[in-house]
Design a protein around this ligand. Structure first.
Ligand code: MSP
Length: 497
């Protein structure tokens, strides 16, 4: 079975920040999880490189836009490497393959009369790259209703996509397939917006030079969102007729600020092309600081490199996935970070592994005693596996982690009660073998979330682990019986406050 997952493609006018890391880490977690359950996973991410604000950023830096986009795009790639992101394809909108796709789609929609030439008269917000109808703007104070920044007034000839033709079709589709928009509470927002009536969408810009040329007699450039959304099709090998076997996307992760583009414009474009729509579009919340969105324009960004240095890659990944439910906003604070790190990672998980391996070394000459799992423990393992699977299928990372930590807590409790350091050797054998089995299962379960830690535990258990050969079942645990344990290392060092 295939699994196609996408992140938004990120604007390259600024370096990656916590918001970009959030979506990408979440997508990585899903990609790894589905790989582990035997699926053929295609994980797409990349950079959105056209439009005025990118050209302006290059100009400000005093370098050519080509050099600027090369450098910035490389920065994103580097960040993903650092964060252990296992993407299958990194797409850039400046690639030839993508340019060809955009022009092919444009032509095809024009031939089908889904695109026509008209005049656009209204406002444009460059930071949001969005056209804003006159009625949404206060003429005395022309600012963007979304981001509050000044808007430009535009009157120019433009090609339009007949978005209004898809109003009814979209509403019908969403009525029949309400599960497509997630979390469910976002569906109403989308259907309300469509019900108020959709305007045709201007999809070319006159003055913009840094963009894909429209395949029209007038040399316009293609509107950046029309260009950007098509990246998901380029990566699926669209040639004007066919797509590869990964199509349609199974999960498209986005932030809530770009829901309308993905839940209205994008499906309408696919309908016009006669292609299947994505199975799920999931809009996550924002990381905020003092209840303001963390973003470059607000000047409140938190440098991911700083977080990585302080908490490690897995500390960062764990916090983002565990701290808030994926669909809601989350307030960033270092205290919260430290608390999570110390309690869940250093205390619960770190101690469990350290204590168990220490005792295996002392009492059993570093060899895992024969696997024993009590029926209660077996039951718990089964339950956790099922629940994690359910939560992951609903893109609920925090609850999935809560489930995994039930195992961690239970094993710590067993150690505390049974005190294998102070009990007859047969009882110690049972306790430690049970803990080792549990730790092995935990190391598999945490792999999608904190892969580096999973690898470290596996190295300590002396097990070679290949992600796409492993399926998440409790059967795996018999693998470790009689194994010599590898070198021990501290997983998480408590952070002093
Ligand atoms: N280039 C467009 C997307 C095109 S997809 C066809 C874009 N890029 S972006 O770089 O501005 O933002 C990308 C993603 O980062 C969005 O999903 C956005 O929600 C997310 N985040 C940016 N700041 C964020 C937070 N403070 N918190 C969480 N995510 C936020 O939009």
């Amino acid at each position: 079975m295939k699994f196609y997952i996408t992140t938004p493609i990120y604007y390259v006018n600024a370096s990656p920040h916590i918001g970009h890391c959030y979506t990408t880490i979440a997508a990585d977690c899903l990609a790894r999880y589905h790989k582990m359950t035997g699926k053929d996973v295609y994980f797409l991410t990349g950079t959105d490189e056209h439009g005025d604000k990118i050209a302006l950023a290059a100009e400000k830096k005093g370098i050519s836009v080509e050099q600027f986009t090369d450098e910035m795009s490389a920065m994103f790639k580097k960040m993903w490497e650092k964060l252990d992101i296992s993407y299958s394809r990194f797409i850039r909108t400046t690639e030839n393959q993508h340019i060809k796709t955009v022009q092919t789609v444009f032509k095809k929609l024009m031939d089908n009369n889904d695109i026509y030439l008209g005049t656009y008269s209204g406002y444009y917000c460059t930071p949001c790259e969005f056209f804003i109808p006159r009625i949404k703007i206060d003429e005395n104070n022309p600012v963007c209703p979304d981001c509050g920044r000044p808007v430009k007034i535009i009157k120019e000839n433009s090609y339009f996509f007949r978005l209004s033709n898809y109003e009814k079709l979209l509403l019908e589709y969403l009525k029949k397939n309400p599960q497509v928009i997630q979390p469910q509470f976002r569906l109403e927002e989308v259907t309300n917006f469509i019900s108020q009536g959709l305007n045709d969408l201007s999809i070319t810009r006159h003055g913009t030079v840094w963009g894909i040329q429209s395949p029209t007699p007038e040399k316009y450039s293609v509107y950046v969102w029309f260009d950007a959304l098509l990246n998901y099709l380029t990566a699926a090998g669209y040639d004007g007729k066919n797509v590869n076997h990964y199509w349609p996307p199974d999960v498209q992760l986005i932030g809530k600020d770009i829901l309308r583009f993905h839940a209205i414009i994008w499906p309408a474009m696919l309908m016009a092309l006669g292609l299947e729509l994505p199975k799920m579009i999931f809009a996550h919340g924002w990381w905020t600081l003092g209840s303001e969105k963390i973003s470059k324009s607000k000047g409140n960004i938190i440098d991911p490199l700083y977080i990585i240095e302080r908490f490690g890659v897995d500390g960062f990944r764990y916090f983002l996935l565990r701290e808030v439910p994926f669909g809601l906003d989350g307030e960033y604070s270092e205290e919260k970070f430290i608390k999570r790190f110390n309690s869940d990672l250093a205390n619960d998980l770190g101690n469990l592994v350290n204590r168990t391996l220490n005792l295996v070394e002392k009492l059993f000459e570093n060899t895992v005693p024969d696997v024993f799992v009590s029926s209660e423990m077996e039951h718990l393992m089964e339950e956790v596996l099922i629940n994690v699977d359910n939560f992951i299928s609903r893109i609920n990372f925090s609850e999935a982690l809560v489930e995994i930590w039930k195992l961690v807590t239970e094993l710590n409790k067993i150690l505390d009660i049974k005190k294998p350091w102070n009990s007859p050797i047969e009882s110690a054998r049972e306790t430690l073998s049970q803990c080792m089995s549990g730790i092995y299962l935990i190391s598999l379960l945490i792999y999608p979330f904190i892969p580096g830690t999973s690898r470290k535990i596996q190295a300590m258990l002396n097990i070679e682990f290949k992600e796409n050969e492993i399926t998440l079942t409790k059967k795996n645990i018999s693998l470790i019986s009689g194994r010599k344990v590898g070198k021990r290392e501290i997983l998480f060092k408590r952070i002093k406050t």
